[in-house]
Design a protein around this ligand. Structure first.
Ligand SMILES: Nc1ncnc2c1ncn2[C@@H]1O[C@H](COP(=O)(O)OP(=O)(O)OP(=O)(O)O)[C@@H](O)[C@H]1O
Ligand SMILES: [Mg+2]
Length: 214
């Protein structure tokens, strides 16, 4: 005890395996697992509001600041107390998604989004963000397989955006990671879940020195 826990974010576009890898990593290193938007009761309510397609259009800035309200709540109720107690936290999406979706995807000025993230989180940024990337055809095949498994589940408000939106998001993620190699690692998510998990764990060990048996 005495040392602060580390915050690790698993990032990427739709269906690249974020939730799968966040859960595997959290259990491998004994971290708390959480997700965004959401992660606390109030933040999960904000998530419902953000992803509900039946409500129609939401202005990009309203979307941004709702995401950030959820983040501030998630940080203060779950993430900061865990880190302060020396526990690591693995989040399925975090600030990288805000930059990629609300900045590159929605077209809000990326510098505004970055400043707003910084204000909302009290300057807290992940110690490491892992970007799961994969060729577009692999992502497409996975989505088709998933849809066959869960017929009748309709995409949420953001998933339902046009392909061009998702292309901008994916490009944005690559640019964000390339511009900040100190805090980002990019991994190919197209291998099997256990192979990707081994790579994620390897990166976390190499970058943060954790996940080595404690
Ligand atoms: N390495 C893998 N190989 C093949 N299929 C995978 C792999 N990882 C995850 N999957 C499957 O692909 C689908 C998407 O995975 P997952 O839900 O983890 O992705 P996600 O990035 O969290 O998606 P979303 O953006 O919808 O939250 C699921 O059906 C999952 O079982
Ligand atoms: Mg997921």
């Amino acid at each position: 005890m005495g040392t602060r826990g580390r915050l690790i974010a698993i990032e990427g576009g739709e269906g690249v395996g974020k939730s799968t890898q966040a859960a595997l990593l959290a259990s491998a290193i004994g971290a708390e697992a959480s997700r965004e938007p959401g992660g606390s009761p109030i933040a999960e309510r904000i998530r419902d509001l953000l992803l509900d397609r039946s409500l129609g259009v939401l202005a990009p800035r309203a979307e941004l600041y709702l995401m950030l309200a959820a983040r501030a709540e998630h940080l203060s109720s779950l993430i900061e107390p865990a880190l302060a107690a020396g526990r690591h936290v693995v989040v399925d999406r975090f600030a990288g998604s805000t930059l990629a979706y609300q900045g590159y995807g929605r077209g809000l000025p990326v510098e505004e989004v970055r400043r707003a993230c910084d204000l909302a989180s009290g300057g807290r940024w992940p110690d490491l963000s892992v970007l799961l990337d994969m060729p577009r055809d692999v992502a497409k095949r996975r989505r088709a397989a998933q849809q066959a498994q869960l017929p009748g589940v309709s995409p949420d408000r953001i998933e339902a955006e046009e392909p061009e939106f998702h292309r901008r998001v994916n490009e944005g993620f690559r640019e964000i990671a390339a511009d900040d190699t100190e805090h980002w690692v990019v991994l190919d998510g197209s291998a099997s879940a256990s192979e990707v998990a081994a790579e994620v764990l390897g990166a976390v060990r190499a970058r943060l020195g954790i996940g080595v048996s404690r």
